[in-house]
Structure formats: structure tokens, C-alpha cells
Write a new protein. Sequence first.
Length: 155
Amino acid sequence: MTRPRTRPVTTRPPARTDPRRPSAARTPSAARTAPRTPARPVRTPPQPPPHPTELFTERLLLVLSGQKPVHWAARHIAHTAFDDLTRLAEQTPLNVNGRRPTIHRIGHYEPRPGVYEVFARIGAGPALRALAFRLHLGEDQRWRCTAVEVGNRTP
């Protein structure tokens, strides 16, 4: 003798209804029919390339604080500026008590096309220093530093 079935064969077991689970808010039928779409990456607008004055300020900052050797920037320095940079780098004027210097402000003046005179305020701890240099655009369309000076600000 056979017993009658309590449920039909085509039905599924009841869905889980645990309110603590995030999937409980979705119904089982919605979970089956909803297509899974991958999350789209957020597109940011392309950034313009950094200005040559910013690049050279960072490069000189690393050399004058002792974080990079002088020859690291040698191909970007021209004429007697390399000798001046070597002399200044020996003193590490932008390294104050082992603190990493930060750039506070960069400004420039263009006396003629292809030449920038740049000034920057560099801070390391309580000290605030001045960095000034000159950039020339060469015939090969590369910027080269032709003069470097570092000054102190007296309190």
C-alpha cells in the first residue's frame, strides 16, 4: 500500500526567511530572474600632465633633501647648475632633523618663451626654506635646469 504525497513533485522547498541575512529581502523568484551585472568602474576625467615647474621642484627636492643622489637628476641639469646642485646636495639644506620636506607653494615667471624662473616654499618641520631655479627649453624640446639656489627664512 502506498501513502499519498503531502506535496506535489514539481514544487521546491520553502525559501529561507532569516531576517538577519541580506538575501532575505530578495524573494527567491527575483533572485532567479535578476541578471547579474558587474559593477562599472567609476571613470575619472583624464588629468592634464604636470607642469614642468612641478616636476623639477619635486626632483630637486628629493636631491637636496638627500633622498636621491645627484646623478639621479644629472640628465635634467645643464652647465654649471650641476656643479651648484652637487655643492648644495652635500649640505642637504632641505633635510631638517630627518623630516621629509613638503612643497608648500610653487610659482613661476616666464621672462620669455621657453624660459621659466621658478620659486618654491619648502617646509620641513618648523623650518621654511626657499628654493629657486631656472628652466630652459632646449632645441630637443626637453626642459633643463640651468641655475639652482636655496635660501633660509629667518624667524
